[in-house]
Design a protein around this ligand. Structure first.
Ligand SMILES: Cc1cc2nc3c(=O)[nH]c(=O)nc-3n(C[C@H](O)[C@H](O)[C@H](O)COP(=O)(O)OP(=O)(O)OC[C@H]3O[C@@H](n4cnc5c(N)ncnc54)[C@H](O)[C@@H]3O)c2cc1C
Length: 296
C-alpha cells in the first residue's frame, strides 16, 4: 500500500486525479478500522493531514464554512452558538479521543446511515463543497446521500468543506443507544426551527438506508404553525399537533431489524424523539428565541 502525502490542496487534487482509487484519510477513525479488520486494502492511501486549510472554519454572515477535517471537539468548543445542532451531535460521537481526530468530512465520506453529523446537517440546511482538478461544485445535503454508505462524490473528487446555515432559532439533536458514550446510534433525530423563514427542518439517522428528512412531518408542522399563528403568538403547541408531527416523523423511516434494534422500535423511538425535541425547541423559541427576534 502506497502512502501519498500531498503538502497542499492542489497536490491532493492532482494525486486523486492520477489515482482515483486512492482512499483519502483524514482522522482515520473509520479508514483505519476498515484496514485493521482487513475489510479494505487500498492500493493508495491519500493522507490529507498536511493540508491545514481543511482544519479551519469561517463564520460568515449567514453560513459557516466548515473545513472537512475540523475535528468534532472544535465544533463543540467554538461553534456551539452558530451550529447548535451539529455541536450537540458532535458531543454524542464516540469518545474524546475519537472526537479529537474525526470530523464531518470523514462522516460524509463514510456516509453511514448512523453517522451523527447527518441529521444535524439535514436539519440545519447544508451544502457540501467538493472539488477535483476539473473544478468545484456544491452538493445540497439532501442530494449527497445516494445509498447505504454511498455518496455523490465522483472518483476524482475530494470534500473541501461544508457550508452550513447559521442557526436562526433553536436546534436539537438526540440519539438512542445502549449507553451514553462510544455507541453507534440505534436511531437519531435532529430538529431545527427556522423562525426567519417560519419553517422547521428535520433529519433522521439510522432508520433508513440513508440519512433522510421527515418531509411530510415538516410540511404538516409548517402548515399547522402558520395556520394557528403560532410563530407570532408563541403559544404552546397543542398535543394533537405534536402527536401528528411525531407520527409523520416515524412514517418517514424505512428501517431494518438488526443487532442494534428492530424496525418497530426504531420507528417508535424516532416518534418519541421528534415529539420531545419539538417540545424543547418550542419552549426555547417561546423564551429567548422570540425575545431575540423582537430585539432584532
Ligand atoms: C470507536 C469508534 C467509535 C465511533 N463512534 C461514532 C459515533 O458515535 N458516531 C459517528 O457518527 N461515528 C462514529 N465513529 C466513526 C468515525 O469516527 C466518524 O465517522 C468520523 O466522523 C470519521 O472522521 P475521520 O476524519 O476519522 O474520517 P476518516 O476515517 O479519515 O475517513 C472516513 C471516510 O471519509 C473519506 N474522507 C475523509 N476525508 C475526506 C475528504 N476530505 N474528501 C473525501 N473523502 C474523505 C475517507 O476516504 C473514508 O472513506 C466511530 C469510530 C470509532 C473507531
Amino acid at each position: 500500500m502506497d502512502f501519498l502525502r500531498p503538502a497542499s490542496w492542489e497536490e491532493a487534487l492532482a494525486a486523486k486525479a492520477e489515482h482515483p482509487t486512492a482512499v483519502p484519510i483524514a482522522g482515520g477513525t473509520d479508514v483505519m478500522v476498515e484496514i485493521n479488520f482487513d475489510h479494505r486494502r487500498p492500493e493508495y492511501l491519500l493522507d490529507l493531514n498536511r493540508i491545514g486549510e481543511l482544519s479551519t472554519w469561517t463564520v460568515g454572515e449567514e453560513t459557516v464554512e466548515l473545513g472537512a477535517s475540523v475535528p468534532y471537539t472544535h465544533i463543540m468548543e467554538h461553534l456551539r452558538a452558530e451550529l447548535p445542532g451539529l455541536a450537540l451531535a458532535s458531543h454524542t460521537v464516540a469518545s474524546p479521543q475519537i472526537r479529537n481526530r474525526g470530523g464531518v468530512g470523514g462522516n460524509l465520506g463514510t456516509a453511514s446511515p448512523a453517522g451523527d453529523a447527518h441529521p444535524a446537517l439535514l436539519a440545519a440546511g447544508a451544502e457540501v463543497e467538493v472539488e477535483s482538478v476539473r473544478g468545484s461544485r456544491r452538493i445540497p445535503i439532501d442530494a449527497f446521500y445516494t445509498g447505504v454508505k454511498r455518496n455523490a462524490l465522483a472518483a476524482d473528487e475530494l470534500i473541501r468543506s461544508v457550508h452550513i446555515k447559521k442557526a436562526d432559532g433553536p436546534q436539537q439533536y438526540s440519539k438512542v443507544g445502549t449507553r451514553n458514550a462510544m455507541v453507534i446510534a440505534v436511531c437519531a433525530f435532529g430538529l431545527a426551527l427556522h423562525p426567519a423563514t417560519r419553517t422547521v427542518r428535520t433529519g433522521i439517522g439510522s432508520a433508513a438506508p440513508t440519512p433522510v428528512r421527515a418531509r411530510t412531518a415538516e410540511e404538516f408542522l409548517n402548515a399547522a404553525l402558520a395556520e394557528g399563528g403560532f410563530w407570532e403568538s408563541g403559544r404552546i403547541i397543542t398535543p394533537s399537533i405534536a402527536r401528528e408531527f411525531a407520527t409523520l416523523a416515524a412514517g418517514a423511516c424505512n428501517p431494518i431489524d438488526d443487532v442494534r434494534g428492530t424496525a418497530r422500535y426504531r420507528r417508535h423511538a424516532v416518534a418519541v424523539m421528534a415529539r420531545r425535541q419539538l417540545g424543547w425547541t418550542w419552549e426555547q423559541y417561546r423564551g429567548t428565541g422570540r425575545a431575540l427576534e423582537g430585539a432584532a
